[in-house]
Design a protein around this ligand. Structure first.
Ligand code: PHE
Length: 386
């Protein structure tokens, strides 16, 4: 019996149910105090031994506190036997619950201790840093975002493309020298197929213009981000696999002024409001007229520096008005598929298209001089974009 607990008898010497309950409560508090002391005990054999001693003292069959108290129940006056029994059973349950809880705690702690003992906490930990988006991806997203604000939506297409979408429908006839400008990686074993169905790795994102026009009626405003491939040797500014963002706007009265205004806005949104654009005559089979767009050098402001080869201008993208031959190819493909060809009657629609290289823009935005660093996976380079 814990010494700190006084007798269950009332001052007048009787054994009442209330006095008994008060006595049980005090006993439980005494047990809780003892259990709390284990908070300071280091897990291990010593703790297990102390626990065993505590468990014997309280739960021991012959002389344990619980057994001693059970004798009191037997001495209770007959009319109070039932009340004493209920209180005692509750008490017994709580005691065994408390002792079981302490036992689990001690066992868990010593298991943990064993694990800790085998652990060198002075070793450096494994730091798992959260990943970041690759700079090419963020650049691509930045470009796309500018056009989303102008009401464009995103379209995607396959990297393994057919000759029809990559070339023919874009007005690159078979065996025409225009195809030489985009040295192509062909998929092997396609010779048996009709030439329009032969597969290749797309050399530009322009085939998605055709795919979208075949599937959707005008008006259209789309941006096409994606990966493209050419049979080219890698050097500081070229990579056989690279990325483009393409744009296409088709409607009843789209003019070259719309093209100029759109790209002028986009360049200022990307490179800063002080940037000027200028358009140079160029050639693409699928646009007529075609232009190359240059921006005033963002490094020297146009006065000439090493970056712009002292010209004050940086060439950034290709563009032009959609060639009527492209609309004709789209109308033809729609007829072949049993779709309405009228919406792409070249007499009724016009449009413009543009395409830009993501790597080139990322290199300018971040001052990167070798395109290869984007693909190297070198953490010292990539971490700068975190
Ligand atoms: N597809 C062309 C290229 O890869 C770029 C371009 C796109 C030019 C759209 C004009 C219009 O070179």
């Amino acid at each position: 019996m814990p010494e700190s607990i006084s007798t269950p008898l009332t001052p007048s010497g009787e054994l009442s149910p209330e006095a008994f309950q008060t006595y049980l409560n005090a006993s439980l508090r005494a047990l809780q105090d003892e259990i709390e002391k284990f908070d300071e005990v280091v897990p291990g054999e010593q703790a297990a031994a102390s626990f065993e001693e505590l468990r014997q003292r309280w739960g021991g069959r012959k002389t344990g506190v619980v057994t001693q108290i059970s004798h009191l129940v037997k001495q209770a006056p007959t009319e109070h036997k039932r009340a004493f029994g209920i209180s005692f059973n509750e008490f017994k349950d709580i005691v065994s619950h408390l002792l079981d809880g302490l036992q689990t705690r001690i066992q868990d702690a010593s298991t943990f201790r064993r694990v800790l003992d085998g652990l060198d906490i002075s070793l450096p930990g494994i730091a798992r840093t959260p990943g970041i988006a690759h700079p090419l991806l963020t650049t691509m997203e930045r470009i796309v975002e500018v056009f989303h604000h102008l009401g464009y939506s995103t379209e995607l297409g396959p990297q393994v493309e057919s000759d029809f979408y990559n070339f023919e429908a874009l007005n690159f006839p078979e065996n025409h020298p225009a195809r030489d400008t985009q040295d192509t990686l062909q998929i092997a074993g396609q010779e048996a197929k009709p030439s329009r169905d032969r597969l290749l790795l797309r050399t530009h994102t322009s085939p998605v213009q055709i795919r979208t026009m075949v599937a959707q009626d005008p008006p259209l405003r789309i941006v096409i981000p994606g990966k493209v491939h050419r049979n080219e040797a890698a050097d500081a500014t070229h990579s056989p696999t690279f990325h483009q963002v393409e744009g296409l706007c088709v409607g009843p009265d789209i003019t070259f002024s719309d093209l100029k205004g759109t790209l002028d806005h986009a360049m200022r949104a990307l490179f800063g409001s002080g940037v000027k654009t200028r358009f140079f005559p160029s050639f693409f089979p699928f646009t007529e007229p075609s232009a190359d767009v240059q921006i005033s050098c963002i490094f020297c402001g146009g006065s000439g520096c090493r970056k712009c080869k002292h010209s004050g201008w940086i060439e950034l993208l290709g563009c032009g008005m959609v060639d009527p031959a492209v609309f004709q190819a789209v109308a033809g493909e729609r007829r072949r598929l049993g779709l309405d060809d009228a919406p792409y009657d070249p007499a009724r629609v016009s449009g413009f298209a543009f395409g830009m290289g993501v790597e080139r823009i990322a290199m300018i935005l971040h001052g990167v001089s070798d395109i290869g660093t984007f693909y190297s996976g070198d953490m010292r380079f990539l971490e700068q974009f975190a």
